[in-house]
Write a protein that binds this ligand. Sequence first.
Ligand code: PEP
Ligand code: MG
Length: 556
Amino acid sequence: MEAMLQGVGVSHGVAVGEVRHMGTAALEPPARRIRPEDAPREQARARQAVEAVAADLNARGQLAGGEAQAVLEAQALMALDPELMADVERRVTVGSTAERAVYDALSAYRALLAGAGEYLAGRVADLDDVRNRIVARLLGVPMPGVPDSDEPFVLVARDLAPADTALLDTSLVLGFVTQEGGPTSHSAILARALGVPAVVALPGAVELAEGTVVAVDGSTGEVFVSPGQERRAALTAAAAERKAAAAAAAGPGATSDGHRVPLLANIGGPADVAAAVAAGAEGVGLFRTEFLFLDDAATAPSQERQAEVYRRVLEAFPEGRVVVRVLDAGADKPLGFLTPADEPNPALGVRGLRALLDHPEVLATQLRALAQASSGLPVHLEVMAPMVADRQDAKAFADACREAGLGAKFGAMVEIPSAALRARSILREVEFLSLGTNDLAQYTFAADRQVGAVSRYQDPWQPALLDLVALAAEAAGAEGRGCGVCGEAAADPLLACVLTGLGVTSLSMGAASIPYVRAALARHSLAQCRRAAEAARATDGADAARRAARRVLSGE
Ligand code: PEP
Ligand code: MG
C-alpha cells in the first residue's frame, strides 16, 4: 500500500526507482589487545593507511573538480590532522590495534563535533566517512560506498558522504534520500550542483527495505513508498513536463488553440533581468521597486539614482512590456522614509499606495524617474500601484501619474478584496488591473502571510480566491481592459490554466517557472481552461479545486 514520508526537498526533480542502500560494511574492529613490542608496527600501519586514504580523497577531488574538490580536500586534511595521529599513536601505545585506535580516536573526535553547534555537526558525515575509509583499509575489506547495480536506482543512506555524492554516476543514481542531513549539508549542496533530485532529513529512510520502489519529489520533499500507478504516472508526467518545458524553445504564451496569454517575469531589479530574458519572458509583469531600496531605507532615493536602475531594466526589453510597481513599503518591507513607526498591525496600516499618498513627493519623484528612464526607449512602460482599495485610491494614483507627465499606461493592483468586488469602478480611473494573489489571499482569509501557523490560507487554489479573481477578470473583460496575475498563483502551471479560464489576460512569475507555465498552457485549449476554472470554483476547498481542475485538464 502506498505511504508518504515527508522530508526536506533540497534538489528539484522527480525520481522513481528501487531503493538501494549505501554499502555499510561492518566496520567496528574488535577490541583486541596487542603486545607492547608490536606497537611501532601498528603505529606505522595506521600512518600508512591515513596517508593512503588522504591521497585517495585528494585524487577523487581532482577528478570531480569544482565545489566537490574543495569538500574532498577538506576531508583529506581532517584525516591528516596531527592531533588525531597523536591520539591514535597514544592508543596504540596502551595496547590497541591500529584499526581499533583509529576507530576510537575518530569516534571521540566525532562526539566532539556532533555536540558543537549546527555547522560543525553538519561535518559529522564527512568525518564518519574518513573513519570508515581508514578502518576499511586497515581491515582489508571493501570501502563502504555506492552499491553496484546494472539498473538505475534510488540511493538511500543515513547520510551521504561528500566523497560518494561527488562521484555519483548520474546515469545510475536516479535520486537520493537521506535520513539525516539538512539543506546546508555538503550532500545537499553537491546534489544541487549535480542536478540529482534529493530529499534529506527523511524520517524512517534507513528502514526502507532494499528493492522497494519509491518516488522521490525533490521539490516538495515528499517520498512515496510503493507508489500506486496513478501516483507514479502523475509524478513522472510532472517530471517529464518540467523536462520538456525546460527544453522547449522560448515562444509567446498561448493556449493550444492560439489564445494569447503573455508570460512575463517578476523581478526585483536589474540582477534578475538575465534570467527573465533567458526564460523567454515577454516582458516584466511586476518590477518590485521597493526591493532596490530595502538595504538603505532611511532616506528616499534620488530621481537620478532611480532613473539609472530603471533604465537598466527597461533597456533589456526593447519592444516588450515592463510593468513597474511603485514602492510597496510597509508590513514585511518597511522603508524608513515611508513607513510609519509603531503601527499595531502594519499589514492593515499605512502600506503601499497609502504610504505614497501620505508622501506625495516620494511618489512624484519615482514617477519622474520612470519618465526619465524610459525617455527615448521603445519599451512599453506601464506603472501600477499596490494596495489600491477603491476608486478614490485609483483616482489619486492616476492623477499623480498625469501630473508627473508620464507617458505610460497606469494600473491598479488588486490585492484587497474590496478592489476585486468593485473592480469596475476602479477601472473608471485606471487602464489595467494586476492581481496580487499573495496579498489577496492574506486579506481575504485574514491570515498573515508571514505566519506559518496560518499558511494553509495562502493556498491560491482556495475557491473564494478564485471567485475574486473571476470578479476582477470579468469586470476588466467587460471594460475591454487587461487583467493580469502577478502573485505566486501564476507560477503554478495547472493554476495558470485555470486563471486563463477565469479570464486573466497575462501571467507574471519568477523566471524559473515560465517554461513550465508556457508548456502547460500550450497543451490545453481555452475551452478546456474555462471548464477547469468552472470545476475548480464549484468545489469547497483548495485541494478539491486542484483535483477538479486536474481531472478536467487531463481529460478524465
Ligand atoms: C502579491 O501580493 O501577490 C504581489 C504580487 O505583491 P507582493 O508579493 O510583492 O506583495
Ligand atoms: Mg502584494
